[in-house]
Design a protein around this ligand. Structure first.
Ligand code: FAD
Length: 392
């Protein structure tokens, strides 16, 4: 019998499994879709994330940061946001006395960095490349795998993404919607060396963003309607480049298109983060508009919060006592209180930003440009906003 069974070995689930094992719990983790091993000559993946300073700290505490750094990543020191180019807000890490504002990293490499450390931890059993066929969580959790193995654990953690089977099995409802726009991710190789700035321009059609990657590679994100994205995806690389040059801001240096992929955008919030002995973390609990690159950072905050309430319990009780039903509902509730409101605020802030910037109503347009211009000179307010976005 395991103490915890973590379903889903994405970035969030693997961080959770490792954190629990480091506290001395016996942990099972299940991941059906194992990421390919890292090879330095591989081109960058389509799925990349802006990893905040707070997420970096968690990954450092878990021992995975040095593993990720040994592969590849790109720190960014500056961040710019604008609507009209003359009304631009520029953030610089020196303003908050930090060496950088965050890193852009391929999601797969964050996973692989965590996996390397998990492999060295005898408290974790990793069930790889196996689909889950049945989940039941009554007195204890029972997860059946496609090869017939049954994993039993005192507690079940759903880290299996937006379409969480754990959430469904626990009968936890959700609220949310799919946005009418989608995101087109375009991987490019620029003629410049590695850049240290990420920027985003808002337009009525949707934002256009630049995220720097290692060795002059970069990722562009272009928000559009589903129909426009289908149209853009039908272009040859050369035609897409011409189209990008016509629409993207002049800040974009010369480049070559390498690859592209589109992503539907969904807002989803679980009505509760736990039920009985089942708890949800990361995208299984919430998915957010990726406008400000907060999704996985919120997931890592869930991990840190859950580890923190358990750590606190362990100062008062034995491991076995902490996992008794009379105890766990209390610390699970603390976790929910700590995280649900914070995630909701961030989701709503993204929606406000999204609707404010995609609105062409003249007074609103003037107001938001004035806002961006003022924000650039707002001293402490600007620094606090910056720290909040960095997760500090
Ligand atoms: C276009 C786009 C850009 C984004 N940019 C950023 C960004 O810059 N910064 C940021 O913080 N976030 C960003 N995000 C969000 C981020 O990608 C997600 O929040 C993050 O991947 C969630 O991690 P997770 O581990 O919770 O879930 P997932 O990444 O969805 O991982 C879930 C894992 O569970 C596994 N799984 C699924 N079903 C089962 C099952 N039944 N049994 C077992 N395992 C299962 C899957 O194989 C997967 O490995 C972006 C999202 C999009 C769409």
């Amino acid at each position: 019998m395991f103490d915890f069974c973590v379903v889903g070995g994405g970035m969030v689930g693997s961080a959770m499994a490792l954190g629990l094992a480091n506290m001395g719990f016996k942990v099972a983790i299940i991941e059906p879709n194992m990421p390919a091993a890292f090879e330095p000559e591989q081109p960058p993946d389509m799925r990349v994330s802006a990893i905040s300073l707070t997420s970096e700290k968690l990954l450092q505490e878990l021992g995975a940061w040095s593993e990720i750094k040994n592969m590849r990543l790109c720190p960014y020191k500056r961040l710019s946001v604008w609507d009209k180019p003359s009304c631009r807000t520029d953030f610089n890490c020196t303003e908050i006395e930090q060496p950088h504002l965050g890193h852009i990293i391929e999601n797969r490499l964050v996973q692989l960095g965590l996996y390397t450390v998990i492999e060295t931890n005898s408290k974790v059993v990793f069930y790889k490349k196996l689909k889950v066929t049945e989940i039941a969580a009554v007195d204890s959790a029972r997860v059946t795998l496609e090869d017939g193995q049954v994993i039993q654990a005192k507690m079940l953690i759903g880290a299996d993404g937006g379409h969480s089977a754990v959430r469904d099995a626990a009968n936890i409802g959700v609220q949310g919607w799919q946005y009418s726009q989608q995101a087109l991710g375009i991987q490019i190789k620029t003629t410049d060396s590695q850049q240290d700035i990420t920027w985003q321009q808002f337009t009525p059609e949707g934002p256009m963003a630049f995220l720097p990657l290692y060795n002059g590679f970069a990722s562009l994100v272009w928000y559009h309607s589903a129909a426009d994205i289908r149209h853009l995806k039908s272009f040859s690389k050369a035609k897409l480049k011409q189209h990008i040059l016509q629409h993207f801001p002049a800040d974009l240096v010369d480049f070559e298109v390498i690859d592209m992929a589109s992503f539907p955008l969904t807002r989803m919030h679980a009505n509760q983060y736990f039920k009985g002995n089942t708890v949800l973390i990361g995208d299984a609990a919430h998915t957010i508009n990726p406008l400000a690159g907060q999704g996985v950072n919120l997931g890592f905050k869930d991990v840190a919060a859950l580890l923190s309430v358990i750590r606190e319990e362990l100062t008062k009780h034995e491991h076995a006592t902490v996992l008794q039903p009379s105890h766990f509902s209390q610390w699970l509730n603390q976790y929910q209180v700590a995280r649900r409101r914070d995630n909701l605020i961030m989701m709503s802030a993204m929606d406000l930003l999204y609707s404010t910037f995609s609105n062409e109503h003249l007074p609103l347009k003037l107001l938001r440009n004035l806002g961006l211009k003022l924000a650039n000179h707002a001293g402490p307010i600007k620094h606090n906003a910056m720290k909040y976005a960095m997760g500090l």
